[in-house]
Design a protein around this ligand. Sequence first.
Ligand SMILES: [Zn+2]
Length: 278
Amino acid sequence: MLFLPLLFAAWLAQASSTPDNQPTEPFRIADNVYYVGSSDIASYLIVTRDGHILIDGGYESTVPLIGANVARLGFAMRDIKILLNTQAHYDHAGGFSKLKALTGGQLMISEADAPIIEAGGKGDFVLTEAKYRFPSVHVDRRLRDGDHVRLGDVVLTARMTPGHTKGCTTWTFDAADRGRSYKVVVLGGLTILEGTKVTGMPAYPTIQSDYERTFEVLKRMPVDIFLGAHAGYYGGQEKARRLRNNPDGPNPFVDPEGFRSFVNSAEKRFRDQLGGGG
Ligand SMILES: [Zn+2]
């Protein structure tokens, strides 16, 4: 019976072999904020005196990479008390079932994304194919715009920034780095996926007004440290290299201009699709 483990190993290798999901070194962003995700699929560990918070659970196959990175930084998965999400998609929520079992943490999800996560991706307005499903998981707390999540000395605010998913969530909180306090923003995502009609579609009639409001919220949002659901949003790997090469220099993750230009480019793509009648 040699073939079963071999098949399993082949499946595991294949499952984690997409370019966005390669093992990568964890890195520090601020005193108590760390990147523990894969090459592009972000996961953030926020360390508090009463345990830790994890934002985003990756693909199901990202979980061992997150676990390895958390251990590499000297922290324990069982100290993660709260699991948060930016978007109810298989590449950011696929790992929550495993992560909940590993950590015992409470899963807190926006009201609009919670049913999608509890159904393992079923019901998404654009990712309707079976290949986008992921292990379903129970949501312990449902969040509305402006709700706070508290642990130890850290308070996070959930801002609803729908459009990419109906409950797409952008997280804001304060973090210190070398004696200074910074406004951290973890952007939920603004990508208009293929098959999306931003003027409205039967499965998401309010998508245009949701996006309009999201851009207004983001343009008014105070931001120093720019993070997001993918490292590629903010050039995370490149900034981590700069910090590694010059640890006493200015913190490269402080990048309000990068945030503004990312939001402006996304808004332009949205307006282009509106203007093109798409
Ligand atoms: Zn997505």
